[in-house]
Ligand binder design. Sequence first.
Ligand code: C2E
Ligand code: MG
Ligand code: MG
Ligand code: MG
Length: 290
Amino acid sequence: AAKGAGRNRVRVFHPDLRWAVEQKVLVAGELREAIETGQLVLHYQPIQHLLSGEVSGAEALVRWQHPERGLVMPGDFIPVAEQNGLVVPLTRWVLQEATRQTAAWERAGVPMVTAVNISAAHFGTGTLVADVHDALAASGLAPERLVLELTETSVAEDPVRAAAQFAQLRVTGVEVSIDDFGSGFSSLSQLVSIPAGILKLDRSLVAGTETRRSESAAAIAAVVGLATACGMRSLAEGVETADQLTLVRELGCTFAQGHHIARPMPAADLLSYLEGRRLTGRRPVRLRIG
Ligand code: C2E
Ligand code: MG
Ligand code: MG
Ligand code: MG
């Protein structure tokens, strides 16, 4: 790669770094094709409403069914897609597919609320509101059945712009949630300026209860209190044990998500998962969240 001269010369000399750059170019080219040829799939992870115990919705999580490498996880291609702009067409596809699937579940008598992850890079393009609108129009899904998740760090990058876009999105009727809260360093003053309806506590807060239980419980309680005071509902992610589920319920979280409840699964498995819950006496679906 470090051959040739002039403006297009690739200025990479360290072998590891060069390998990393070549990987990125490779992923970028292949990913473009993957979006166009339908190699992306969504898995859905159930979200439990803690007061009722019912599954109220799911988070859509993208995977890449790669012809040679098998199922590739988002951590291995979303960061590249965010750098080269492919995350915008990727997210358009995710929005279209997740709303189509949620509308299909609704027709099958299973009214889910589905959350889709949005990248900060999408904010800058100015097409986010139109992309969301298009997906709702194409699927016929009611906007109340769609949640958009934005990370705390993406909000921190440009809080004024983020607040304006959140406000525009909420006008369309979709719910907005702040993802991975407690993992970054965004300020509380920024948080209160963002018109979001749900605050997702980063799984590191929940995981901390294993080693520093009382301090972590205090941190979770503080965040839940803040969310409640701001009129937001709270969701604990990364709940991996029965003990953690009990704890976040007692600390007043509205929702929980994690391996202890269910792992992300293909859309085709969700109905049988819900049926299994029904057969074991747990009510499968709560019509309205809140
Ligand atoms: P996230 O939005 O915070 O999603 C939650 C991640 O935590 C998922 O990883 C999920 O599988 C994992 N998880 C769920 N429960 C547990 C648990 O109990 N323990 C542990 N250790 N992990 C748990 P996944 O699917 O690998 O996704 C990773 C990240 O990739 C997501 O984090 C999100 O930031 C991003 N991502 C996923 N799908 C999309 C997408 O469609 N668009 C964009 N822009 N980003 C996406
Ligand atoms: Mg998320
Ligand atoms: Mg998260
Ligand atoms: Mg997270």
